[in-house]
Design a protein. Structure first.
Length: 179
């Protein structure tokens, strides 16, 4: 997911290129050490500062269900937009100053290669934060015996109320009666 942008940097502001994204990402999170196949598209647009990368990507990610702790997978799609800045002047070869606002992942290297890999990985990490349940009706683990209630039924009595919350349970019962 690397693109030589030397010619694009030489062109005027507003010049653009379109590319397909096809590749693998690594180390997205503990459930996705890699490789995770990614596909998408990107438009590289010449700006006054450098190159604006605007695109979209899709991948299948593994994640741990928050209720039953089983590993599940989901198709993820996200859009991204990031500005990259050159480190070397393409005409003179002189090293350019890079502002403090730009991290190393958005610096075009000395060979004029724009690398989308780290930015795509960071967007994927952010996208995994929304993954919670293996399915909408996940029953989770039994808090008493730990059995996965999606797979088997347990005989634990879950109607028992913690004595510290008994007063709250009475309020709920009272409210359910309509009084």
């Amino acid at each position: 997911m690397q693109y030589n942008v030397a010619q694009l940097i030489k062109e005027g502001i507003g010049a653009s290129r379109h590319y397909d994204i096809v590749g693998d990402l690594y180390d997205i999170d503990e459930n996705n050490p890699g490789p995770v196949h990614i596909e998408g598209e990107v438009r590289l647009l010449r700006t006054i500062e450098g190159i604006l990368a605007v695109g979209s990507a899709q991948m299948t990610l593994a994640f741990e269900c928050r209720r039953c702790l089983e590993v599940a997978s989901a198709e993820m799609a996200y859009e991204f937009e990031e500005e990259y800045v050159p480190s070397i002047d393409v005409e003179t070869g002189v090293k350019l100053p890079i502002g403090e606002d730009y991290g190393p992942e958005v610096v075009i290297d000395e060979h004029h290669i724009l690398d989308l890999t780290e930015v795509l990985r960071q967007y994927a990490v952010t996208a995994t934060a929304d993954l919670n349940l293996c399915r909408p009706g996940c029953k989770g683990l039994c808090p008493e015996c730990g059995v996965n209630r999606n797979i088997e039924t347990c005989t634990c009595d879950l109607s028992r109320v913690d004595p510290r919350f008994a007063a709250l349970a009475k309020l709920l019962d009272h409210d359910a009666d309509g009084n």
